[in-house]
Design a protein around this ligand. Structure first.
Ligand SMILES: [Zn+2]
Length: 209
């Protein structure tokens, strides 16, 4: 678990790579449905366009269908789920969970990272002014197009997302915490350091070099 920009996808990928776990990204699944114009996708699209989170029962169905494939040998890492308390209850009742990794990123750092994101208005390439600066300011390295902020990366939209995230997710962490599932890791350092800390806390072998 972790807020947008905390590195959930990266850290999940690193965990799955050598531990033979399957990485399940609920965001990727929803995006797949949207791209392929499934019934789910059309519904999810309308919900997201209206600025809302996709409903719990819809997300649950997507997760249940995905996990029913049972395509792993040792287990899975799921990211982007659960995002609300009802989803967390469903998850706890339906599956054996070994642990919850909480990637902790202070709001100020989320703000710094998200507000540094840029998008090429011509070719769509992503930039991050912290990690991936273009050679010429505000110009795409590949096509020379103008770099712009994503529409939903304004201060106000971000403040809303942060508030929403805490309102929904803090109770989930609290629920898991009561069951002693949660390890909290500082998500500010570089990805390799964060990964080392996750493995330390979970008693897993370090990432092979
Ligand atoms: Zn470009």
């Amino acid at each position: 678990m972790g807020i947008q920009g905390s590195g959930k996808g990266t850290q999940s990928g690193l965990l799955c790579q050598d531990l033979d776990l399957v990485h399940i990204s609920v965001g990727d699944i929803l995006r797949w449905h949207i791209q392929h114009h499934t019934k789910f996708g059309a519904h999810a699209r309308r919900t997201i366009d209206a600025g809302e989170l996709v409903e719990d029962d819809v997300v649950e169905t997507v997760v249940r269908d995905r996990l029913a494939l049972h395509d792993w040998n040792y287990g899975f890492v799921i990211d982007g789920f659960p995002r609300t308390r009802p989803q967390a209850r469903f998850f706890l009742e339906s599956y054996d969970i070994d642990g919850v990794i909480h990637l902790d990123l202070p709001d100020a750092e989320v703000r710094r990272r998200v507000l540094a994101r840029r998008l090429c208005s011509r070719c769509g390439l992503d930039y991050n002014l912290i990690a991936h600066r273009p050679a010429v300011a505000d110009r795409c390295d590949v096509c020379g197009g103008e770099l712009v902020r994503r529409e939903d990366d304004t201060e106000q939209a971000l403040a809303n997302r942060l508030r929403d995230y805490h309102r929904r997710t803090d109770p989930v962490l609290e629920l898991f915490g009561r069951k002693e599932f949660v390890v909290t890791v500082d998500a500010r350092p570089d990805p390799a350091t964060v990964q080392r800390e996750i493995r330390d806390q979970l008693g897993l072998p370090p990432l092979p070099r």
